[in-house]
Design a protein around this ligand. Structure first.
Ligand code: FES
Length: 105
């Protein structure tokens, strides 16, 4: 199973060696602070917001329209923002590194 590393809001690295599901599901399962998934993964809350490490951006790809719209309402959005509930961890993403975005004010 693919490995994913979360960089937490306090700068620690949490390595999940055998991730399964979406980044939101994995983050919740491993109690990563800031990955809450309040809407259950339907792209409407943005409490699963992560920044994808630049070297992974091409492989992860850009958000679909609905995700893009939700991210537009998030003041912490950056060019490498994704909603964790919309990124399924596949073998092609083995080794992925993401940073948990700061909370909205
Ligand atoms: S869990 Fe709500 S937008 Fe991802």
């Amino acid at each position: 199973m693919p490995k994913v590393t979360f960089i937490t809001r306090d700068g620690k690295e949490v390595v999940v060696p055998d991730g399964c599901g979406t980044l939101m599901e994995i983050g919740r399962e491993h109690e990563i602070e800031g990955i809450e998934g309040d809407c259950g993964g339907v792209c409407s809350c943005s409490t699963c917001h992560v920044y994808v490490s630049p070297e992974w951006m091409e492989r992860v790809g850009p958000p679909e329209d609905m995700e893009d719209d939700t991210l537009d309402f998030n003041e912490q959005r950056k060019a490498n923002s994704r909603l964790g509930c919309q990124v399924e961890l596949t073998d092609a993403l083995d080794g992925l590194v993401v940073e948990v975005a700061p909370a909205e004010d």
